[in-house]
Design a protein around this ligand. Structure first.
Ligand SMILES: [Cu+2]
Length: 313
């Protein structure tokens, strides 16, 4: 098996974009390194101390404005180019892709669990069809883990009690390594999984076969049942009616105004926080009376509830 430092060829658009930034920075740095070191060596030889008779006084150079402007401006522009180019690629690689499939990832000592929207669960094996972007919604059930796909050049810490995201653009079929990059305990080095990118046909056939642990319900169906089970619907509606609390209809992705002032986008992490710590971001115009469900709703159930809320467009 290859290790994390021997990553293979770039295997997704994000990977070659990141490689291009890396090469650009390395190339420009190499150019200036050779220029400066070359001049250093050249001047050291050209103006070395010779016999005393040749020790003529040097010419009286005070300053050279043009030269000074050039040597301040050129490196400034180079560094700005690193920033702008790097930031553009960072934005591109970390922003949601339209039409992405959502997959929940739960990291735990010492495995990754992948939960698909149809309710199926797989351990250490993430199967996706080529050509369709994927959004990973990740959390940990114990300590901090680091989700890393070397061939994609992307990495994201996975934290307990919070969602973090990773956006994949799988476009080439194959099997790629997934590592954990945070030392998370004795089994850390065995914490490996596979990203398996399949052709659309093979993926559909795999879905059809229904491999993996599959619950009776899809994630959103389970979420819907949980809203009833936990009594959320006493205060929240799913059809747009405002009850004691705001309606869940159209909630996902919306900009929410907060009681404290300011606003936030209702993404998965916002929804998770609203359930476990309702007082943290109180919706403007509503009382802070929602009870916390921390400890009473397992992480997996919260993921299902969020999957359901996302379907309420
Ligand atoms: Cu780990």
């Amino acid at each position: 098996m290859t290790n994390a430092f021997a990553a293979g060829a770039a295997a997704s658009p994000s990977a070659w974009k990141i490689d291009a930034v890396f090469l650009f920075i390395t190339g420009v740095s190499l150019f200036f390194f050779l220029l400066v070191e070359g001049l250093l060596i050249y001047f050291a030889i050209r103006y070395r101390r010779r016999k005393a008779s040749e020790d003529a006084a040097t010419s009286d150079v005070k300053s050279n404005t043009v030269l000074e402007i050039v040597w301040v401006l050129v490196p400034t522009l180079a560094v700005l180019a690193f920033f702008v180019y790097g930031y553009m690629v960072y934005r591109d690689v970390t922003s949601p892709q339209p039409g992405a499939a959502d997959i929940n990832v739960t990291a735990g000592q010492f495995l990754y669990e992948f939960k698909y929207p149809d309710g199926r669960t797989a351990m250490n094996e993430l199967r996706v069809p080529a050509g369709r972007p994927v959004k990973l919604i990740m959390t940990s059930r114990d300590v901090i883990h680091g989700f890393f796909i070397p061939d994609y050049r992307i990495k994201q810490d996975v934290l307990p009690g919070q969602y973090t995201y990773l956006h994949l653009q799988p476009d080439r079929e194959g099997t790629y390594d997934i590592y954990c990059t945070q030392y998370c305990g004795v089994g850390h080095s065995t914490m490996r999984a596979k990203l398996i990118v399949m052709s659309a046909g093979a993926y559909a056939a795999w879905m059809e076969r229904g491999e993996g642990v599959k619950t009776a319900m899809s994630l959103p169906e389970k979420g819907k049942a949980l809203l009833e089970k936990f009594g959320c619907l006493g205060c929240h509606s799913i059809d747009g009616t405002v009850k004691v609390g705001p309606s869940f209809k159209g909630l996902y992705g919306r900009e929410k105004h907060l009681e404290k002032g300011g606003e936030t986008i209702a993404d998965e992490e916002y929804l998770r926080e609203s359930i476990f710590d309702p007082g943290a971001k109180v919706v403007k115009g509503f009382p802070n009376i929602m009870p916390t469900f921390k400890g009473s709703i397992p992480d997996d159930d919260v993921a299902a509830i969020i999957a359901y809320i996302k379907t309420l467009k």
